[in-house]
Write a protein that binds this ligand. Sequence first.
Ligand SMILES: Nc1nc2c(ncn2[C@@H]2O[C@H](COP(=O)(O)OP(=O)(O)O)[C@@H](O)[C@H]2O)c(=O)[nH]1
Ligand SMILES: Nc1ncnc2c1ncn2[C@@H]1O[C@H](COP(=O)(O)OP(=O)(O)O)[C@@H](O)[C@H]1O
Length: 223
Amino acid sequence: MVLPRVIRAVIMGPPGSGKGTVSGRITKTFGLKHISSGDILRANINAQTELGLLMKSCIDQGQLVPDDVISRLILNDLRAIDGRSWLLDGFPRTVSQAEALDDVYTLDTVINLNVPFQTIKQRLTSRWTHLPSGRVYNTDFNPPKVPGFDDDTGEPLFQRDDDRPETVTRRLKSYETQTEPVLEYYRSKGVLETFSGTETNKIWPHVEVFLQRKLSSINQKVE
Ligand SMILES: Nc1nc2c(ncn2[C@@H]2O[C@H](COP(=O)(O)OP(=O)(O)O)[C@@H](O)[C@H]2O)c(=O)[nH]1
Ligand SMILES: Nc1ncnc2c1ncn2[C@@H]1O[C@H](COP(=O)(O)OP(=O)(O)O)[C@@H](O)[C@H]1O
């Protein structure tokens, strides 16, 4: 699909709700650039940058990193791809982050994946990640062709330190207290679109149809 003008979208949902998985499909189908705050932070940890070293213990413990740090990081990255359509995944996670984003950009849509916590806990403990690309696998749902290795590069997969059961519980708590108010923030602005379910393959067709309609309505307004 040819994008009519720059599209600015956010995908939200609790940890493990399928944001990364759905983002991959959105990127492939609609050509938006996927910007994942978690991938950016993990790349910094992997490269042992000053920022990565400072943030590692926070992330490993399932706590959010400070608002000003992540807001500056993401807004810098967005500035660097000015003129391209993007999909933000994992940012904003607090109302203060949403306000910082709002100061600079007007969003076209916020896709919210509403997946029960019970479903999530099981998924995360069997998640395997290819750190350089952010590609995710799951020993049940989408196993890699060769166990433990990335399909595209053949490089090893890792199990994230923060996917341990007790850390997942802490991350879900922080989602409830700090991130759920962001949903209300976007609902009141009229840009929130919620998709509920327990299986990505059932949620995805609804997201795809919604985005097709959304983009073609923006297209008509531009013409
Ligand atoms: N069993 C199952 N696992 C899924 C489904 N959708 C995604 N996953 C897996 O669940 C884990 C979390 O998904 P991910 O996209 O990383 O979620 P995020 O944390 O919201 O970005 C990954 O291991 C995915 O492969 C699903 O419908 N069923
Ligand atoms: N916008 C953000 N604000 C604060 N911390 C963040 C943000 N994005 C990511 N993080 C940190 O990185 C961790 C991993 O994020 P992410 O990969 O998005 O997790 P998940 O995909 O499982 O929801 C979070 O638990 C948090 O510590």
